[in-house]
Design a protein around this ligand. Structure first.
Ligand code: ZN
Ligand code: ZN
Length: 410
C-alpha cells in the first residue's frame, strides 16, 4: 500500500519490549517487532548498498532481543535495542517506507488483494467479453503499445496480436523482447504442422484443454503460438482458452471439501519415451493441481488430463481424489465462464498466453487442401513480470506488481 505524506504522532514500546506501537497521523495503528525493526534498519551503517549483501548478521542477535526506547526523529522512527552488534546503534526507518511495510491485518490483506489482478479481473468482467487484441504495428517500436499488450495479458491471461509478419521463426524474435526463450527438451521453437497437412481433406483430431509441459516441475509460464499460415479452406481448428484460476475459485466456493482434497492429494504427470528419435525421455513429477500460498490465495494450477499418469497416493486418498477430479472437470465444461474464450486464429495472428493460468484446446479440423501451420515457443513468467514493471516505471506509470501465477502472490 502506498501512503504518502504520513507521519507518526505517537510511539510506545510495549511493556515486554517485544513490539513498538506506532500511531500514525491518520490514526492508523501499526505494531513492529523488535527484530523486524532491527533487521530492516535504514541507517547508513546497516542499509545494503547492493542488494544481496547483508551488513547485519541476523543469527548473532539473541532470541530475547528487545526494544528499550522508541522516539520520533526527522521523518523517521528511531529505536534502540537491548543488544546489538554495533556500538550505540540507533535503528532508523523513514516514515513512508515504514508505513508501506506495515504488516497489520488490514494492510497485509489490502496488499495481497491489490496484487490479485486475476481474481479482480474475473469478478469485474462480464461473460462473453471481447478477445484482448492489439495490432502488431501498435507495439512494434512503441513502448506504450508494448505495455498495453502486457497489461491485457496480465488481466485476461492472454493477448492476441494481429498482423505479425509471417516469417519463419518470427515467434522467437517476438518472444525475445520479453526475456530469454525458455527452452525445453523439444528445442527453443516447435512447429505445429500435421505431416499430412497437404493431403486433401486430411482430418486432425482436436486437443482437449491442457497446459503444456506439465511433466516439468517448473512448467514454462508463457506460451506463444504464431499462425504462419491458417488457410480459409481449413474448416474447424477453433482455439479455446480457459482461465483455470477462475475455475479453481468456483471450485473452492462450491465444493470446499473437494477443493481441500486437491490441496492435499497430488497428481502425477509423466512422459516416458525411450524410443524417441531425437532424445529419449523420462520425465515424471508429482504435484498438486491447485496450490495456495501463505495468504490462502490460489497461486498455481497444474492441469493436463492427457499426461496425468497413474496415481501414487495413499489408499485413503484414492476415492476422494477421483471425486474431486470429476467435480473440477465438470466446472471446466461450463460454457458460461468469464474466463472462457473461443476464437479462430487467422494467418499472422500470434497468441501470447499464460501457460500456468490458462488451459488451451483446439477443435479438430479438416484441411480441405489448405494448410494450418503454427510456430511456438515459451518464456518464463518472472522475466515477463519484470518487463511489465520496468516498462511501467520507464513510462512513469504507478503500477501494482500483479500476481501472475508463478506460485506466489507477492
Ligand atoms: Zn542501522
Ligand atoms: Zn497497517
Amino acid at each position: 500500500m502506498l501512503v504518502s505524506k504520513v507521519s507518526i504522532s505517537e510511539v510506545q514500546v510495549s511493556l515486554d519490549g517485544k513490539v513498538c506501537e506506532v500511531k500514525w497521523s491518520d490514526d492508523h495503528i501499526s505494531r513492529f517487532h523488535a527484530k523486524w525493526l532491527r533487521f530492516n534498519c535504514h541507517c547508513s551503517q546497516c542499509y545494503p548498498e547492493l542488494s544481496g549483501i547483508y551488513k547485519v548478521d541476523f543469527p548473532q542477535f539473541p532470541d530475547d532481543t528487545k526494544l528499550t526506547e522508541a522516539s520520533i526523529g526527522d521523518n523517521a522512527l528511531l529505536t534502540k535495542h537491548s543488544w546489538d552488534i554495533m556500538e550505540n546503534h540507533t535503528t532508523t526507518q523513514p516514515f513512508e517506507w515504514l508505513r508501506s511495510f506495515c504488516y497489520c491485518d488490514i494492510c497485509l490483506s489490502s496488499l495481497v488483494k491489490s496484487r490479485d489482478i486475476i481474481s479482480t479481473h474475473f469478478e469485474n468482467t462480464k461473460v462473453q467479453q471481447d478477445i484482448p487484441t492489439i495490432d502488431y504495428s501498435e507495439m512494434k517500436d512503441n513502448d506504450v503499445g508494448l505495455y498495453s499488450m502486457l497489461q491485457k495479458f496480465m488481466e485476461s491471461g492472454f493477448c492476441k496480436i494481429s498482423n505479425v509478419p509471417c516469417e519463419d521463426k518470427m515467434v522467437l524474435q517476438f518472444a525475445r523482447r520479453f526475456g530469454p526463450i525458455r527452452e525445453t527438451i523439444y528445442g527453443e521453437m516447435f512447429d505445429v504442422l500435421p505431416h499430412n497437412s497437404i493431403n486433401v481433406a486430411y482430418t486432425c483430431k482436436g486437443i482437449p484443454l491442457h497446459m503444456d509441459q506439465q511433466t516439468y516441475e517448473h512448467t514454462p509460464g508463457i506460451e506463444l503460438l504464431h499462425a504462419l499460415r491458417f488457410d480459409d479452406e481449413v474448416s474447424g481448428g477453433v482455439s479455446t482458452l480457459l482461465d483455470m484460476f477462475q475455475v479453481a475459485e468456483i471450485f473452492r466456493k462450491e465444493s470446499p471439501e473437494d477443493f481441500k482434497t486437491f490441496l492435499e492429494v497430488p497428481a502425477c504427470f509423466n512422459t516416458i519415451d525411450y524410443k524417441r528419435k531425437e532424445v529419449p525421455l523420462y520425465f515424471e513429477v508429482q504435484k498438486h493441481h491447485i496450490v495456495l500460498d501463505y495468504y490462502d490465495k490460489i497461486v498455481a494450477v497444474n492441469w493436463h488430463a492427457g499426461f496425468a499418469s497413474t496415481l501414487r497416493i495413499k489408499e485413503k486418498d484414492v476415492e476422494r481424489y477421483y471425486k474431486a477430479h470429476r467435480k473440477f472437470s465438470m466446472i471446466m465444461q461450463r460454457e458460461k465462464l468469464v474466463g472462457r474464450f473461443r476464437f479462430r486464429l487467422r494467418t499472422g495472428d500470434l497468441v501470447f498466453f499464460n501457460n500456468r493460468r490458462m488451459t488451451h484446446a483446439t477443435d479438430g479440423f479438416t484441411n480441405n487442401g489448405g494448410i494450418r501451420h503454427l510456430q511456438g515457443c515459451y518464456l518464463n513468467l518472472d522475466e515477463c513480470k519484470s518487463k511489465y514493471m520496468t516498462l511501467a516505471n520507464k513510462l512513469g506509470l504507478e503500477v501494482t506488481p500483479p500476481k501472475v501465477g508463478n506460485a506466489s502472490s507477492i
